[in-house]
Design a protein around this ligand. Structure first.
Ligand code: ZN
Length: 435
């Protein structure tokens, strides 16, 4: 029962977390319910020991922590990191394009490395952040918007007009991927202001006040458990909201102890992390430093805290694919519902080393959860995540892990019901341990 409940909670969480802004909004309200207090990055912090806090950056990255009852210089910080973004499509400014004075389609740009073919022929919706005029140009009015209805679709070209469609077709990002939005034969409809009008109607505001937006497409249909034994989760954005949700569940149930516990959720992992709210910026180091300085302001304490800390960099991993066994390492072949996967590469795209892998194995053993290991086939480059980017900013000991999944970066991904509970239990175990 606990497996099903945790899986359903994850599906519900993902359904609301349609963009990084909405993920942060969801995490925020969940943390507030659990007694976490919000801090603003641009105000002074007066942290107390053994208290719960969180802060956000750009409304799309979030950092939650429970301050230790003793100094991090002695007992370190336990950190779980994950990312809030997923591959998608951004709506360009002035996006409405008329076709034959009849159809209206939207101009888009791909965000991250999506499996583009998976986005065709399915109802899509649109959500994001809108910025509007106020009296002060340096302090504008920001709103989240989520249309929450099937609004757009990218129709395939019929097979009769493209006989080679089943032999693999190159997809032109500018031509083939513009979603159809409406039939509008009214010649007076302004294409220039079309999106602003649409947003204004949804938010019930004056369209003339809308200055800019940050909108992305998302799969309209909700995720579900499935399979003969209901063993799978089929859902958008499992990479990486499954890790965000598991980290959040563990932090919410954690109690204050001697070391400080941190959940770090970064935006922009899918495009390389080099943004002010991404892992390749001074953001995390600044937050870490502010926590440490609330105990002691000398440099020594900061360095001791760095070297007494440990991070679990959590991002999804690949299961062996039942139709493509040859794409995987001949020996290490993780499976769905086989427990969390430790990710290892000789090229150091993952932060795992033998010591940090062993730490994670020991945590799994304590939590009575099975554990697996992943390596790339030696002739394949494989992926990467934010762990090694973040350790380039602050050199904390770290391991890269994730749950095994199929169809990573498809609009609809597949993971395991049991694995989600396994990972929550390991994360809880991690937060319970004191160095
Ligand atoms: Zn990821």
């Amino acid at each position: 029962m606990k497996y099903r409940n945790n899986a359903q909670n994850l599906i519900d969480f993902i359904y609301k977390g349609v963009t990084p802004f909405h993920v942060v909004e969801e995490v925020k309200s969940s943390l507030k319910e659990s007694g976490f207090k919000e801090l603003q990055l641009n105000e002074s912090w007066n942290l107390q020991k053994g208290e719960k806090y969180f802060t956000t950056r750009n409304d799309s990255s979030l950092f939650a922590f429970i301050t230790g009852t003793e100094s991090p210089a002695k007992h370190g910080c336990k950190i779980i990191s994950a990312h809030s973004d997923s591959p998608s499509f951004k709506i360009k400014p002035d996006a409405a394009i008329g076709v034959n004075n009849y159809y209206i389609k939207f101009n888009t740009e791909t965000y991250g490395g999506a499996i583009l073919s998976s986005w065709f022929d399915r109802p899509l919706s649109m959500a994001g952040r809108v910025t509007m005029e106020s009296n002060n140009p340096l302090n504008l009015d920001k709103r989240l918007v989520n249309f929450k209805k099937p609004l757009l679709i990218i129709p395939n070209l019929a097979i009769h007009l493209n006989r080679s469609v089943n032999e693999g077709v190159a997809i032109d990002k500018q031509k083939d991927l513009l979603p159809l939005a409406a039939i509008d034969t009214d010649a007076t409809t302004s294409k220039e202001n079309y999106l602003h009008q649409l947003i204004a109607k949804e938010l019930n505001v004056d369209a003339n006040k809308i200055l800019s937006y940050d909108l992305t497409l998302y799969e309209y249909n909700k995720g579900t458990t499935m399979g003969v034994n209901d063993e799978f989760i089929s859902s958008p954005r499992l990479d990486n909201l499954a890790m965000v949700h598991a980290g959040l569940s563990a932090l919410k149930s954690a109690k204050a102890d001697r070391s400080t516990q941190i959940l770090a959720i970064f935006d922009n992992e899918e495009v390389g992390s080099l943004t002010k709210q991404g892992a390749d910026s001074p953001l995390f180091k600044n937050i870490f430093s502010r926590i440490v300085k609330s105990y002691s302001s000398d440099d020594e304490s900061f360095y001791q805290s760095v070297y007494n800390s440990f991070m679990i960099s959590a991002d999804m991993a690949h299961s062996i694919h039942p139709n493509y066994q040859e794409k995987h390492d001949p020996v290490l072949q993780p499976v769905i519902n086989g427990g969390p996967v430790i990710k290892i590469t000789a090229n150091q795209k993952y932060t795992t080393d033998s010591e940090s892998a062993a730490i994670f194995m020991a945590l799994c053993k304590k939590a009575k959860v099975p554990v697996q290991q992943f390596v790339n086939r030696s002739d394949m480059a494989g992926g990467s995540t934010l762990g090694n980017v973040l350790t380039g900013q602050i050199d904390i000991k770290s391991v890269d892990i994730g749950n095994a999944m199929l169809a990573m970066h498809s609009v609809r991904e597949l993971s395991g019901v049991k694995d989600h509970t396994y990972l929550i239990e390991v994360f809880k175990e991690f937060f319970c341990q004191t160095k």
